[in-house]
Write a protein that binds this ligand. Structure first.
Ligand SMILES: [Ca+2]
Ligand SMILES: [Ca+2]
Length: 431
């Protein structure tokens, strides 16, 4: 990533690109450990108030997942209170995706479900996309999914390759298909963080009654003889896969630096990535492409990219976005970052301070553009007594300390020359 330094001004925006994703729910459990979830916008599912669901520390992390490592987590044990949280809106068509990190502390052979989707307000029977975990014969874990009740439609289970004490990323998908008794449910386990929905690990399509709508995510503490002890964290619900697991780009950073704007971004993984078209607009204009940066095709390694926009105006707010292009021509946009340029619009040489001075003083000046700069001190006879600056400098405000301890008292001139212009001021050394 670019190291950025400027004497003038730095505005830096660094954030995960999904910051403004249209999530129906985001729950990072960024609450004090030990709090009950009922204190943080969750409601009771059913009636039990025994063994409330509480906040546990630390939270869970999963590389590349946007809700990774934020705050704490929810701790689910067995029996007692179940809780739910409402989406901002109920969903009646399309698909609902609910992603979350899960770390199973211990599991039991019969297995039980610890998370499900429900209507809003929740009731005690519309439990859809039930997500299970159980202990397999080989000592590992398997995750499972069902449409609703498993009495006559057992849950589908994954391979028994998962282990306790490991954090997994699970995504539950409930597709509200047009027509009756035909909705489908998928479970994705550790899907690629690519922004593109992959093939699911599990699919359930029974003729059980469909959900009329979905409006809550529910955490459940199952039976003492079946259920697991589970830590759940980073719940994200949306009708778009790309909102919950969006992170082809993990950061996108814009900074104004003198006479240019530097863009820097990082990808966690890439899939068929031809590259990035850099798009810019200022307040009154349309988006325009200002350059292209080649991608790395398909890779699971993190990659850093940068682009410098040298064609900018002063005192202007620019918006930038990346149009990520696949080899097949499909594309997606990053979120937008904004940056305010603060280029100096006047060439200026300020009065030194202090003045008179003994033995040193500060000389400040502003440059409109990058270029070669000379700052020279003369005596009143026009003789050069000291060269303070004689080099290329960046546009912006600068200051330099002039130490006159080897000069005699008197009036001196200091002359700044840059970009073909010269400015001169007087200063008085009083020893
Ligand atoms: Ca968390
Ligand atoms: Ca249906």
């Amino acid at each position: 990533m670019k190291k950025i330094f400027t004497l003038v001004f730095v505005l830096s925006l660094l954030f995960s690109l999904n910051t403004f994703a249209q999530l129906l729910l985001e729950e990072n459990f960024d609450y004090p450990a030990g709090d009950t979830l009922l204190n943080h916008g969750w409601n009771i599912t059913g009636t039990s108030t025994v063994n409330p669901v509480t906040v546990a520390s630390p939270g869970l992390s999963y590389v590349g997942y946007p809700s990774s490592g934020i705050g704490n987590a929810a701790l689910l044990t067995t029996t007692g209170q179940d809780v739910n949280k409402q989406y901002t809106d109920s969903v009646t068509s399309g698909s609902v995706y609910a992603s979350f990190m899960v770390n199973v502390t211990s599991a039991q052979t019969p297995g039980d479900y610890f998370l499900h989707l429900g209507v809003n307000p929740t009731n005690t029977f519309d439990f859809f996309a039930r997500t299970f975990v159980r202990l397999a014969a080989n000592g590992n874990l398997t995750f499972g999914i069902s449409k609703s009740s498993t009495t006559s439609n057992p849950a589908a289970y994954s391979d028994s390759i998962y282990t306790t004490g490991t954090t997994y990323l699970l995504v539950v998908k409930y597709a509200l298909n047009d027509g009756l008794a035909n909705d489908t449910i998928n479970l994705f386990i550790n899907p690629a963080i690519s922004g593109t929905e992959p093939a699911p690990n599990l699919t359930v399509a029974t003729t059980q009654t469909d959900a009329v709508s979905l409006g809550t995510v529910n955490l459940r503490q199952g039976s003492s003889s079946n259920a697991a002890n589970v830590i759940v964290d980073g719940i994200r619900v949306s009708t778009f896969w790309s909102d919950i697991v969006p992170v082809e780009l993990v950061s996108f950073n814009a900074s104004a630096n003198g006479s240019e704007v530097n863009l820097a971004w990082t990808t966690a993984t890439e899939l068929n990535n031809s590259g990035f078209s850099i798009e810019r607009k200022s307040a009154s204009n349309k988006w325009e492409s200002i350059g292209f940066v080649k991608g790395n095709g398909t890779t699971t390694a993190a990659n850093n990219y940068s682009f410098t926009d040298k064609n900018i105006l002063s005192q202007t707010v620019y918006s930038y976005r990346l149009k990520q292009l696949d080899f097949d021509g499909s594309y997606s946009y990053s979120k937008v970052v904004q940056v305010s340029t603060n280029l100096i619009s006047t060439f200026e040489l300020k009065q030194n301070y202090p003045n008179p001075f003994n033995p040193s003083t500060q000389i400040s000046f502003s440059l409109v553009q990058n270029g070669f700069v000379r700052l020279v001190v003369y005596n009143l006879l026009g003789q050069e007594v000291k060269t303070l600056i004689n080099r290329n400098m960046e546009a912006g405000s600068h200051s330099i300390t002039f130490d006159a301890s080897d000069l005699q008292s008197g009036v001196y001139l200091y002359k700044l020359n840059a970009a073909g212009s010269t400015l001169t001021k007087k200063m008085i050394l009083l020893r």
